[in-house]
Design a protein around this ligand. Structure first.
Ligand SMILES: O=P(O)(O)OC[C@H]1O[C@H](OP(=O)(O)OP(=O)(O)O)[C@H](O)[C@@H]1O
Ligand SMILES: O=c1[nH]c(=O)c2nc[nH]c2[nH]1
Ligand SMILES: [Mg+2]
Length: 164
């Protein structure tokens, strides 16, 4: 199956994270927020500003090596939220894909509210609130993983693909 790419710019990420904050504001107040590093850090910063929530904990789960999956391991647990099992806490990640990361965090913090900006169908059941769904065969390209580069004019690439 050919992979598609969905490019997210800084502006779009800011807009989508704010849209998520709008959905979350009435579900609070929150005891604090847990950002899933590293992808959840920037959406968490944007949402914490909107919700005026200044207590931020982090959790680090290592699952991916580039675009290949490995076994998930908790590199840094969300210490401040563990005792309450996440009650009143808001967990933020940039996206849910297979749901592997979300399942590990949910086991640690079963009472927390889990929110992501983007969601793919396989992981969607693990998430309480999200903004945009993309198909399972789509790879989301975040602004921190990409940079603008020169692209040849259409006429040039068209001519070379026609042997011109
Ligand atoms: O639903 P899943 O299949 O588990 O995939 C989703 C997770 O994968 C990405 O993180 P990654 O593990 O690549 O680490 P990073 O956030 O440090 O880039 C993304 O930020 C999510 O946390
Ligand atoms: O940058 C990313 N884009 C994705 O679509 C994805 N899925 C899992 N992990 C991911 N990281
Ligand atoms: Mg991540």
């Amino acid at each position: 199956m050919a992979i598609r790419y969905y490019t997210v710019t800084w502006d779009q990420l800011h807009r989508d994270a704010k849209a998520l904050a709008w959905r979350l504001v009435d579900k609070g107040p929150y005891a604090g927020m847990v950002a899933i590093t590293r992808g959840g850090l920037i959406p968490c910063a944007i949402i914490s500003r909107e919700l005026e929530c200044r207590l931020i904990e982090t959790v680090s789960i290592v699952t991916y090596d580039e675009e290949k999956r490995g076994e998930p391991s908790v590199v840094k647990p969300p210490a401040a939220a563990l005792e309450s099992r996440g009650e009143g806490w808001l967990i933020i990640d940039d996206l849910v894909d297979t749901g592997t990361t979300a399942k590990v965090i949910r086991a640690l913090l079963p009472k927390a509210h889990f929110a992501t900006v983007y969601a793919k169908p396989a992981g969607k059941p693990q998430v309480d609130t999200f903004i945009t769904e993309v198909s399972q065969d789509t790879w989301i390209l975040f602004p921190w993983d990409t940079e603008p580069q020169f692209v040849a004019p259409i006429a040039k690439s068209h001519a070379s693909s026609n042997g011109g």
